[in-house]
Design a protein around this ligand. Sequence first.
Ligand code: GAL
Length: 691
Amino acid sequence: MTRTLKLDGIAFGGDYNPEQWPREVWEEDVRLMRKAGVNFITVSVFSWPLLEPEEGRFDFGWLDDVIELLHGAGIAVDLATATATPPAWLIRKYPQILPVTADGTQLEFGSRQAYCFSSPLFREYALRLTRAMAERYGKHPAVRLWHVSNEYGDHVSRCWCPASAIAFRAWLRAKYASIQTLNDSWGTSCWGQHYLDFDAIEPPRESTGPVNSTQRLDFERFSSDAMLELFRSEVAVLRDVTPELPVTTNFMSILHDLDYFAFADAEDLVTDDAYPDPADPGAHVDASLNYALMRGAKGGAPWLLLEQSASAVSWRDVNVPKAPGVMRLDSYQALAHGADGVMYFQWRAARFGPEKFHAAILGHRGEASRTFQECSRLGAELRQLGALKGSRVTADVAMLCDWDSNWALAAPNSLPTNRISWIGQARAWHRAAFNLGVTVDLVRAAADWSAYKVLLVPNLYLATEALAAQLAAYTAAGGTVVIGPFSGVVDENDHVHPGGAPGPLRPLLGIEVDEVWPVPDGETGAVQMEGVPCGIHTVSEWLDAIDARTVATYTNGELNGRPAVTMRHHGRGSAWYLSACFEDAGLQALVRQIFAHSGVLVRVGAGPDIEIVVRRGRRTAFTFVLNRSAMALDVSVPAGAAVLVGDGRSAAGIGSAGGTYLLPARGVLVIEHAHEDTVHLLGEPAQLQSV
Ligand code: GAL
C-alpha cells in the first residue's frame, strides 16, 4: 500500500512545543503561523510525561486543543508518537531502562532520550503510548503523518546494559546458530578468546586492550538493527490502527551509527534534520551529500527537510547565526535536491531549557525578529512552488554508500592508520564533483546502478564477493567505477582476503596491493599525473599494476616511481583505482579526467559557491541556481521558461523570449522550463556585488 503525505503545496512549518507556553500564547502562535505561511506543524515530540502523567492515566485534553487550534487555522499536523523521552515516573519505577556506556556508567535521567533501545520494558510502555496516540488521533483530519520517536540514535546510539547484552546474544544466535561458527567468524583463536556458549558473550565493553574487531562490527550491526526493530514495532502498531497514514522517523543527515537504507525501507517518507554550521564555509557542500542520501534512501523519491535552524543552533561550542539570505539558500538547496518541504526546529524560541538560545521561526523578539521576517518571506515564496512537488533529481553520477564498510573501518585501533574514514573520503570525493557542477546520488549496494555513467566508491574496506561481482557487471555493461584507497581489504567477518587487497576486486582492477603505506600525521606525499604534480595525505599504497594502466605515479618517498592511480578497461566500461587520499585540487583534476572519459558533463563556472541542480517533473523541469558567492552571476534563461523564484529586480525583462538573468550574491533562482532546455551560467561570475 502506498501511503503519501497529503498536503497542499510545499510543506512549510516546524516543531511546535506548546507545552512550554501558557495557553494564551497558543492562539497568537497560530495567528502568526498563518501570517508566516505555515501549513505543517510537528507536535508532541517530547510530550510523553504530559500525555501520560502517571502510569496508565492518559491526559490528551491539552493536545486535543492544540490540534483543534491548528486544524481550525488550516494547518496540518505531523504527529509525534511522543516516545522519544520516557517520563521520570517510568525511569524511577524501572531504572534498568537507562542506557549504559561501554565503561559501565549508567546515564541518568535529566536530559532526554534516556533509554536503552533494547529494553523490553521501554518497548512495552512505548508501544502502549503509541497505540493510545493512534487510537486517539489516527482519524483526525489534521493529522497527516506519524513521526515515530525522534532522531533514533541521537544522544544514545549504542548501549552496553544487561538488556542490550541479552538482545545482542539473541541477535548472534540468530546469525550464527552454532557457537563454533561464531568462533570461526570472530577469529577467537587469536588472543585466546574462544567461547563455549553464547551466554558467555558480552557486548564489546571497555577491555584491557583492543577488543575483537568482528565482535565490534557485529555490535555495530546489532545496534542499528535493534533501533530498527524498535522503530518497526511502533510502525506495526500504527499500521494496525491507521493503515492509511504515512509514517516517518527523522534522520540526522548521514549518520555513521544507523543504516538509514534499512530504516527507509520501513517507513513511507524519508525526512531529514539538517544543521550545516554557518561558521563552516564548506558546510553546504556536505549538506548536498546528505541530501543525496535522503533521495537515495527511497530510490529518488521526494523527501522532507523536517528540521533546520532559522539561524543559530545552541549545541555547538560556538553558535554562529546564519547571515541574511543563508537560511533561504539552505532551504532552496534542500528543495533543489528533491525535498518537497522545508521545516524548522522550532516554531517559537524557548525561554528556558538547553535550547533557549536556539533560533526559531519566531525569535525572542517576536514578529520583529529577523528570523520571522526571513521565514515569512520564504513561506510566501514557497506558495508559488506547488508544481515542484513530486519532481525528481536525475544524476549521471552515483556514490556507493555501504554501512558495513563504514562500520568496519571505524574500529578505532589496529588498522594501518586510524585517520582514514568512510565519511572523510566520501566528502572529499563528493566535493570534487560538486566543484565541477556535477550532482551526485548516494546509492546502496542493492540499488540498480545502470542509469549512472559513473559510480564513485570512495572506500570499500569491507568487500564481499557478491558486491565485487556486482561492480564488475556494472563496469562490463559500460559503467565507469572509481574505487578509493584501502578497499577490498576484508570480508564480511573483517578477515583479510586471501592474497590481500584488493581481494575480490583484483580481477576488475587488475592490481595487487603489497602494503599499505600510511602518510604520517602532518606530512604529505606527492603524485604526478600527466606531468601535473598533486599532493596526497593520510594513506598511500605500494601496489603493482598487473593488468592495468598506470595513470598517476608517486613522485617522492619510498613509493617514488610506483603506480598511484590505475585504470583498467573491463568489458564496455573501465575501472579506476586511487591508492591514496588526494588533496582537493588533485582529486578534482582526476575526477574531471574520469568524467570526461565517461561522458559526464561538467559545468563551466561552477564552483564551491555556486550550485545548479535540476529536478524533473512529468511535463517540465526545474533548474535551481544557488549563488552563495559574493558576486552576481549571469544566468541564461531559455525561451519559454518561467522564473518561479528570483530577485524581483532582476526578473524584470525576462519574458517568454528568455534572456539573461542577473542573479545577485546570495541569490536564488528557480526556473521552470522544457525538459530539453538547459539553464547555464554565462562565463565566470561577473560584477562584484556587496552582500
Ligand atoms: C535535533 C532534535 C530537535 C532539536 C534540534 C536542535 O537534533 O531533533 O529536537 O533538539 O536538534 O538543533
